[in-house]
Design a protein around this ligand. Structure first.
Ligand code: NAD
Length: 475
């Protein structure tokens, strides 16, 4: 299968070339350029804004049946195109095809869920004296600017497009320039299912130029961003200038509390698979393993053993369990973070080095006894490294889990039912998995607290985030 030629999708039209600046899309398994992506000019962005304004007027008046038909139809097309879309995602992001197929299924599930949710966007009628009427209705917020990152090249665009479409908004999506073809493939399914071209559009560009231009326009009424905390704060400030609504899915630093009463073998097998999924480039990745002293040596050794056995290779090769990192910045970050930690006294039990000199492959890595002042204990590593430290008791473990300003995903392994409830109450997080890593689903809110952002995607909350309320009082 060949990688497709690239374009933007503005007002239903494919926009390519024409003297525009381009961005080289690189296959992370080979470090070779596989396509050139046209980048938006200010005129392209103005055209997209104009179409979004028109698209909003049209789509806010669509019936739930029309919205559901588009979402169900797109889900069906995604299933039909699953293999092609998954392979495109692997070519531009690196993850294994098996992981990319799951991303397609995630998006299919989400579109189908939203197709049902559009019939449940209820308002309410208030109790008033005879002859008077007061109603509360929910309306689509307006045109949305949605910025999706590269780590889930199918799932992130699915979330960014699905919620506004279900709510009756129009949306201009800027997916990551590193992974444009997957995002375009998701959008194409929606358009082929009957979505008008001015309702959902895709632009690419110099990220700062695009975000300033779109957020600087009064046409855009909401920003939805997934990416790093640093960029998220910057974009939230831009959005604040025009009081735009925001949904921010930012970084995390997933704590994993492992108590000595847990099923340690199950915890090891489940968490090691989860840690190295997408080479650790997952915002809900388990990162800080906070292990009760009695279980520490067994957990550390078991984790290193499992990390050492992971087969790393081209994501298109069915033998690979972990692909390369997505871009050249990530192995550089791994070298820096692991180098800094070991210089400060951390012990390296597995990995800690790149693989070969072609592509961005990195060994599954394990560090233990990592000092709290090591950069990796404070900065999201976004890579295949597990940090495993011993702690004396539950109180110390909870304190470590809550030490950082992040609060996206957390995990706990314990068979003590009362402790499970204490942990659920005490951990500052948007999502918590107790004896599981399954912390999401089409029907469940996905989002964080503190520096991990605010608002949620998926579930009824995802659509809710694209709605505003209006109270009407009639005498
Ligand atoms: P980055 O902060 O430069 O970019 C993150 C994402 O934001 C990318 O998709 C990028 O295209 C986009 N972006 C950057 N500047 C933007 C702007 N001004 N306007 C709109 N979008 C903009 O970082 P990176 O090198 O791509 O990734 C590094 C870090 O980002 C990772 O270590 C991780 O912490 C974080 N990240 C988080 C997620 C997530 O799912 N929350 C996804 C990707 C990256």
């Amino acid at each position: 299968m060949t990688y497709p030629s690239l374009h933007m999708m503005i007002d239903g039209e494919r926009v390519a070339g024409g003297g525009r600046q381009t961005h080289a899309v690189v296959n992370p398994s080979t470090s070779e350029t596989i396509a050139e992506l046209p980048l938006a000019t200010d005129a392209d962005l103005d055209r997209a804004l104009d179409a979004a304004r028109r698209g909003f007027r049209r789509w806010r008046d669509s019936t739930p049946q029309e919205r559901a038909a588009v979402l169900h139809g797109a889900a069906r097309l995604m299933l039909e195109r699953q293999e092609e879309i998954a392979r495109i995602a692997t070519m531009e992001e690196g993850k294994t095809v098996a992981e990319a197929r799951i991303e397609v299924l995630m998006t299919v599930g989400l579109f189908n869920f939203y197709a049902g949710e559009v019939f449940r966007l209820y308002g309410r009628t208030l109790v008033r004296p005879a002859g008077q009427r007061s109603t509360v209705t929910r309306e689509p917020v307006g045109p949305v600017a949605a910025f999706a990152p590269w780590n889930f090249p199918i799932g992130n665009p699915g979330r960014k497009l699905g919620a506004p479409i279900a709510a009756g908004c129009s949306v201009i999506m800027k997916a990551a320039e590193e992974t444009p073809a997957s995002a375009l493939a998701v959008l194409q399914c929606l358009l082929d299912a009957g979505l008008p071209g001015d309702v959902a559009q895709a632009v690419f560009g110099v990220p700062d130029q695009v975000s300033r231009h779109l957020l600087g326009s009064p046409i855009i009424r909401k920003l939805s961003f997934t990416g790093s905390t640093v960029i998220g704060k910057h974009l939230a400030r831009l959005a604040a200038d025009d009081c735009k609504r925001t949904t921010m899915e930012l970084g995390g630093h997933g704590p994993v509390l492992v108590f000595d009463d847990a099923d340690i073998d199950q915890a090891l097998t489940t968490m090691a698979a989860s840690k190295y999924r997408n080479a650790g480039q997952v915002c809900v990745s388990p990162t800080r393993f906070i292990v009760q002293e009695n279980a520490f040596a067994r957990f550390r050794d078991g984790f290193a053993e499992r990390a050492g056995k992971i087969v790393v290779g081209d994501g298109l090769d069915p033998a690979s369990a972990m692909g390369p990192m997505a871009n050249a910045r990530r192995p550089e970050a791994m070298d820096r973070l692991i180098g800094d930690a070991t210089a400060k006294g951390a012990r390296l039990h597995a990995g800690g080095a790149r693989i070969g000199n072609r592509g961005f492959f990195y060994r599954p890595s394990v560090l233990s006894e990592v000092p709290l002042d090591a950069q990796v204990m404070n900065e999201e590593p976004f890579g295949p490294v597990a940090l495993i430290n011993p702690y004396p008791d539950e109180q110390a473990m909870i304190e470590e889990a809550n030490r950082l300003p992040y609060g996206l995903a957390a995990y706990a392994w314990t068979s003590d039912a009362k402790r499970q409830r204490r942990i659920a109450r005490e951990i500052e997080t948007g999502m918590l998995g107790i004896n599981t890593t399954m912390i999401g689903g089409a029907d469940s809110p996905f989002g964080g607290v503190k520096w991990s952002g605010h608002g949620a995607e998926d579930g009824p909350e995802g659509v809710e985030a694209c709605l505003v309320t209006k109270a009407v009082h009639e005498a």
